[in-house]
Design a protein around this ligand. Structure first.
Ligand SMILES: [Zn+2]
Ligand SMILES: [Zn+2]
Length: 267
């Protein structure tokens, strides 16, 4: 077993597309040698229209109970595994004031940037469905804007748009270079996503090359990016997949990419 493992990207059943209880994730992480477990379920955006994307995220009124549940587990498992409560959020500029207030109220310790949608999930495109160079340009623009807010500890699945994009072409190269250069200048780690490995192994979900994308990570290496492994667990069983974590370490080492083995995101 790998000596110790960390993960700050864990979902809960509240998001509508994950399974297991909160404690199931803790038990599985503990059993598999994780020393740090951050929960970062999908942010429950409070849209003015009342729109709720129920297949993607909890409802705003569930946020306090989510944070309380994770904190109770943090206290229950203190001394065995470090647990923290965060959120995976998009950058929706018109809702960032609400986000700051909601996070303060729920005592959220950290945010990771999951650049899933263009400006809003109510009308905006899902970047995981990118299929043309214009989509890549939009993904790049929105993602860098989010990175520049300084609110986020790291960028989750930076190569998300390769989920459906047909092949790693010159437009992908340009997008990757600019994204990686922004990450370096902002000193922001990029996540190597284990859920993506699982999707590839199970040959589902990805119409394109998928992620982690080799072409992207080769550019990340050239540009001097720093990586962090994130499980993006939507099922406690992901923590049993030691081979995914080992493959991530191996790939990043082969490329000579510096890998963070800890972030001080919670105490
Ligand atoms: Zn999810
Ligand atoms: Zn995500």
């Amino acid at each position: 077993m790998i000596g110790f493992k960390i993960n700050y990207h864990t979902h809960t059943a509240r998001c509508g597309h994950a399974s297991g209880t909160d404690e199931d994730y803790v038990r599985a992480a503990l059993a598999n040698g994780y020393t740090e477990l951050g929960f970062s379920d999908h942010c429950p955006w409070l849209h003015a229209s009342g729109y709720v994307n129920a297949q993607v995220r909890m409802r705003p009124e569930q946020l306090l109970a989510y944070a309380a549940s994770i904190r109770a587990l943090r206290d229950q498992y203190a001394g065995r595994i470090r647990i923290g409560v965060g959120l995976e959020c998009e950058h929706f500029p018109h809702l960032m004031g609400w986000l700051r207030d909601a996070c303060a109220q729920a005592d959220i310790s950290y945010l990771i940037l999951g650049s899933h949608y263009d400006l809003t999930d109510e009308y905006g495109m899902y970047f995981g469905n990118a299929c043309c160079p214009e989509d890549l340009k939009l993904y790049l623009k929105r993602t860098i804007a989010g990175m520049e807010t300084g609110l986020f500890a790291y960028l989750a699945h930076p190569d998300l748009c390769m989920r459906t994009y047909p092949a790693f072409d010159n437009d992908c190269v340009r997008m990757s270079q600019e994204l990686c250069r922004a990450a370096v200048s902002l000193n922001m780690p990029l996540e190597y996503n284990l859920h993506g490995i699982e999707c590839k192994v199970q040959t589902r979900k990805f119409r394109g090359e998928g992620y982690p994308c080799d072409g992207f990570w080769e550019i990340a290496a050239r540009e001097g990016c720093t990586a962090i492994i994130g499980a993006d667990a939507h099922d406690p069983e992901l923590f049993d997949r030691e081979n995914y974590y080992a493959a991530a370490i191996k790939h990043l080492s082969r490329l000579g990419i510096k890998r963070l083995d800890k972030m001080e995101l919670f105490t």
